[in-house]
Each structure stands twice: as C-alpha cells, then as structure tokens.
Design a protein around this ligand. Sequence first.
Ligand code: SAH
Length: 248
Amino acid sequence: MLDNIRIVLVNTFHPGNIGAAARAMKNMGLTRLYLVSPKDYPSFEASQRASSATDVLENAVVVDTLAEALEGCSLVTGTTARLRAVRWPQVDSRECGELLFEESEQHEVALVFGRERTGLHNEELELCQYLVNIPTSEAYTSLNVASAVQVLSYEIFMASRKGQAPVEKKAGKKEKADRPATADQLEGMYGHFFDTMQGLDYFGERNPEYVMRRLRCLFGRSRTSLREVQILRGLLSAAQGRKQKPRE
Ligand code: SAH
C-alpha cells in the first residue's frame, strides 16, 4: 500500500538533505522519492547520508516542475512550517498520516516538502488539497526538511500499522511463564496467601477481607506473571514450613 505514496522534495538546496530524506523514508517503508529541480543531484553527499537507502535515491524520479511530480495523484498534501490564513484545509502530522494512508489504499497520493530557506511558494501550495503542519514549540517552528520527512513518514507508517494484529510469536514454555497470570492462577495464589497468613496468626485484629482486597488490588495493578506467582507461592510454602530447604 505504501507503494502508492510519493514523497516530493521541491528545489532542495543541500544534497545531504536529499540523502537523509531517502533514509528516513526507507526506515518507514516508503520508497517513491520525487525530486523537483534539485540544486545538486546526483551527489556523493546525498548517497553518503542515505546510508543503506541508496536504492531509494537510485530510483528517485527527477523532474522540472511540481506539476510533473504530481501527475496521476488524486490527493496532494503540502507541508508548511507556519500555519497560514485558512485558505486550505489544514491537518496536523498525525491526521496527515491517516489521511494519506487511507487514500493510498485506493489511489496515488503525494506529500510535498519545500525549500530549506523559503518552503513552498504560493503557486505550489495551490496544487495541494491539504496543508500539513507538524506541531512544534512556538519558539522555533521550522524543522530541517529531512527531519520533517522523518516525522511524517513515521506517521504514515504508524497509520498503516493501525488495526493490524501484532504478530504473535508462538510462545515457548519460558515465554508462557512471563505472560500475565490467569484468573485461576491468581485465585490459587490469594488462597495460598490467606491460608499462610491465617497459619501465621497474621490477621489478629486485622480484617481479613480488607487485607485480602488490598492484596488483590496490589497484584491486579502489577499484572503479575505466572513466574512471579510461582515465586510468591514458593515463598508462602516456605513460610508454612513446607518445602523448606536447609540453607547451603
Ligand atoms: N521558512 C520556511 C521554512 C522551510 S523549512 C517556511 O516558513 O516555510 C523546509 C521544509 O521543511 C518546509 O517547506 C516543509 O516542507 C518542512 N517543514 C519544516 N518545518 C515544518 C513543520 N513544522 N511542519 C511541516 N513541515 C515542515
């Protein structure tokens, strides 16, 4: 699905930023880079900064105008460091990730980034249906362009993972013991606590119901694992005088 998403860099001045953007994209599963009149490209510095994402650079499509980069796209979003007078619908980075991912399930979409110094010009923004702003501190709202690519690629990636069940590894015996204990395992432990405390004459003046409820709250909050239940029950057995091993 992410194959339908284009990252478009307009008039990038520093080749290092192009390389860093390619790397940011590949980390997040994006591969389609469009370069509109880059100042200095191809370049050694771009390849260096791309690290293991030189394939994204090699497959980049270089064009003269933004309009060419957007051919075939049914949704175009443009990024901006400043929120402007509301002439465009505006979304934040999270909403942008969701919007682009959803649309990309059906159609080609593009996310456009501007020049390091002057961003996107008005005639370029006119080609965008939405403006995207990454929320920042008011003291400094302008991110490095490759950092902006990183944040928005991450949001697209996270949107693509939503709703997907996490991949469950087949748990071995060891992992099973690390899972949260089941209700019956916890009940067994509470019963064991109760018997032990009673055996030790712990309750005395104390209200057993209250004490047991507090213990349930404590272990409930901590999502106790089976392994931990086993440790505690071993301790309780020892306190009961059973299974007590002489100290070595
Ligand atoms: N002075 C320019 C700053 C350009 S920063 C301006 O005001 O637009 C270079 C590019 O990085 C921007 O064109 C945009 O693509 C991206 N960018 C930087 N900060 C951003 C932010 N807070 N939200 C979204 N994109 C941002």
